[in-house]
Design a protein around this ligand. Structure first.
Ligand code: SAM
Ligand code: SF4
Length: 476
């Protein structure tokens, strides 16, 4: 990677791509009192039309404290989630390829001055070993994660790792989609990344509050608030259709972050015709060698965290919401109902953590709240009535960015997603599941088929029977 932070090629746009109107956001939030019930009901009715919500509506919902109104908010989020995403939950696992980092993010175990961490960048053979373990668990979608270094070898290393992951054929399976969460790049570098056939480029702003941002990011490329803010512009300029944004909740006022997220989305929609594909909602967790992580500057309670998920579901109904294993099984279950569409499972956040298992804990990025293996998570969510999905069809058929949204908004994407979820779930059940999970999963498939309209059911049954007869990677 270029040593110049966010160095731009001559073809790139000016640096100030997107500015957060912090004063305006603060003025919207100032003196915000709990809204009256009639206003809340109006906002929830509007959200039910699936066109999203604006700043004022989101600020009002953020101020709701009355238990009955909160319940109405959660019910509305649940309805929107079920209308757009049905009962599907897409599964993935992170693959940490390196914990080397030049930045000094005070909340992270990988920060450069943390001497208590064993540093390590996986060799390609180690990347392959991790990939095999994940394939053996049944995963089809990986998120490649790395610290940030300013060496020229950084992007080359990431690209080589992606190529190796895609090359692995093991047992019954292979990885079909690789997303990445790595350092922001220049436009030219993003083009190289795109050429590696990755799905979504993810990057979290962490906090949109510049003052807080500068207080917690002390060194390295990431100390440049604006450079980070412009990353998604550069990625989309390079041709990425699917990008994923996120906030690290616990750093600054979550109400401020929600309005800034909306502004970021509006900016990308205006400029590129499509907003982000996903929003991640990590919450600050304890990390080795980080005093800040043990005492978040602005802690977010479980109750507020659920509210955040529900409000985002209503405000940006077509943007996927990602829930990681930072959260406990119980909190995760509640968020699935409120709007989450993608989840990680069986995660390790230390490089080499899947193949080496026990001895890696000292190199973890942060501590996890959900330690259950994939099979157990699948059994749990299938028992709750969800359909776990390993689908990778859209990105492989070019249904990304605006093309995806054009199908999603009129509801047409369900014709693909529901059958694809069932065929990939059945594939998982037949190839990888324990007997208990298989039994529960077959039940979930039967229930889902019964709920489908006749045309979708016929399509799903055709695909399912192909999987039962031994075909794999069946999608539409
Ligand atoms: N190094 C790159 C970066 O910072 O964007 C990409 C990978 S970083 C390992 C992925 C994300 O982990 C960060 O964006 C941050 O939100 C999250 N993270 C870091 N420390 C954390 C902590 N203590 N608890 C929860 N999430 C954390
Ligand atoms: Fe490095 Fe990312 Fe951790 Fe910051 S959050 S120290 S950039 S790995």
């Amino acid at each position: 990677m270029s040593a110049a932070p966010h160095g731009r090629s001559s073809k790139t746009a000016p640096r100030k791509e997107f500015a957060v109107r912090a004063d305006l956001i603060r003025s919207v939030l100032r003196d915000r009192r709990a809204p009256d019930p009639a206003r809340v009901r109006d906002i929830l009715a509007k959200a039910g039309e699936l066109h999203g919500l604006g700043w004022d509506d989101v600020a009002a919902l953020s101020a709701v404290t009355d238990p009955a109104l909160l319940q109405s908010l959660f019910d509305a989020a649940r309805r929107v989630k079920e209308t757009i995403y049905g009962r599907r939950l897409v599964l993935f696992a992170p693959l940490y390829i390196s914990n080397l980092c030049h930045n000094e993010c005070l909340y992270c175990a990988f920060r450069s001055r943390n001497r208590s961490l064993r540093r390590r960048s996986l060799t390609l053979d180690e990347v392959e070993r991790e990939t095999r373990v994940l394939i053996d668990q049944g995963h089809k979608r990986l998120l490649v994660v790395a610290g940030e270094t300013a060496s020229d070898a950084y992007l080359d290393g990431v690209l080589a790792a992606i190529e190796r992951i895609y090359s692995v054929r093991h047992g019954q399976g292979e990885i079909r989609r690789v997303n990445v969460n790595i350092a922001p790049l220049t436009v030219d570098q993003f083009r190289r990344l795109l050429a590696a056939h990755i799905g979504t480029y993810q990057l979290f702003q962490e906090t949109y509050d510049r003052e807080v941002y500068e207080r917690v990011h002390l060194r390295g490329q990431k100390a440049d608030y604006e450079g980070r803010l412009g990353a998604m512009d550069r990625a989309m300029e390079a041709g990425f259709g699917d990008v994923g944004i996120g906030v690290l909740f616990g750093l600054a006022d979550w109400r401020f972050e929600l309005l800034a997220v909306l502004e970021h989305i509006a900016h990308l929609e205006k400029k590129f015709g499509v907003g982000p594909h996903t929003i991640s909602v990590p919450r600050l967790e304890p990390a080795v060698g980080s005093a800040m992580s043990a005492n978040p500057p602005t802690p977010v309670s479980d109750a507020d965290f659920l509210k955040i998920v529900a409000i985002l579901r209503l405000a940006v109904p077509y943007t996927g919401l990602i829930m990681s294993t930072r959260e406990s099984p119980e909190v995760r279950r509640q968020t699935f109902a409120l709007g989450v569409s993608q989840i990680s499972a069986g995660s390790r956040t230390n490089p080499g953590g899947y193949a080496e298992n026990a001895d890696g804990a000292d190199a973890e990025q942060f501590s996890l709240g959900d330690h259950r293996p994939l099979d157990e998570v699948i059994r749990d969510i299938a028992g709750l009535g969800y359909v776990p999905s390993f689908c990778t069809a859209c990105y492989r058929l070019g249904r990304t960015g605006r093309d995806f949204m054009d199908l999603a908004k009129p509801g047409d994407i369900k014709r693909h997603c529901d059958p694809n979820a069932l065929s990939t779930f059945l594939e998982y059940l037949l190839d990888y599941a324990s007997p208990d999970t298989l039994a529960r999963g077959e039940d979930a498939i039967r229930r889902q088929l019964d709920d489908m309209d006749p045309a979708a059911r016929r399509r799903a049954e055709t695909m399912i029977s192909k999987v039962r007869s031994g075909r794999r990677d069946v999608f539409c």
